[in-house]
Design a protein around this ligand. Sequence first.
Ligand SMILES: [Zn+2]
Length: 313
Amino acid sequence: MGLFVRGVETEVIRRFVELASRKRLRGKVLAVPFANLPAVRERRPHLRMKPEQPYGDDRGHNMNRTWPGDRAGNDTGRVSHALYQAFGDEATHVFDLHCWEKHAAPAVLIRDTPELRELAAKLGHRFVHLSAPNNITVGGYFCSTGRIGVTYECSGQYVVVEKQVKRGLRLLTNFAKAIGMLGGALQKGDDPVLFFDRMATLDVTAPTTGLFVGRALPPCDPVEKGAVLGRLPSDVDLSSHEIRSPATGCLRTYGASRANCDVALPGHHPDVTEGDRLATVAWATQRGVSAVRLVGQLRQLGRSQTAALLEHS
Ligand SMILES: [Zn+2]
């Protein structure tokens, strides 16, 4: 199901249903192309939000946190309740599609269990995020009731990017194959698959204040150490800085983004202040202990870049 229709989710679901209708299916697909139609019509994440109202200021209308719904609740809780009645008890698995900001790489979100880790590794999607257990998101509720719930954050609110649609479709098709609903081999996906507790990341930060002239690199893509990520002409002294990748890895984030960029334009203006994040490069680490450890600190990279080294080992 697609919880929000602010990006590519609905198109992924439409193509999956089209594909599944031509194949022999074991089981049944209950597809919900969008869940919160009143909010969709307002082009906002939650019902009756005002321009630039932060996502977190949802007044109890964040549908993501209303499952399995409340028949006596507010409008959003009642919509969730009605939807849950239509698919919730019948379904054995839920694949919940979301969309987050365009600067962040798309990611599979799972509860941290050996079974779900094994499933996520098979799906061949670059980034896998481990979420704390909950029983109020639809995926969390399924896990809490002994079923399989996986959430996926597509990349790019308010835009439909073909590359991201294809990624989402490959992922959803592989999910259907992995759970035995569709036959055939899983499509080869990203290599490596990076679990958030088994990867190292480096933030590339702005060495000066100015306008970041990026190269429209898609988040998730591989990047080589030294590759040019963009240029940053300084507003302060008119010097020009070439921004390069400090490591070989994959783009976990790319581009200038700051608080509320999911609801407000100033949040994604490429005019950056010294120290703002311009990109995050991630790569696999072999040590697999679920603790986040700060092993490095701000270090000078070349003439102009500083980066914070956080190793999740
Ligand atoms: Zn989400």
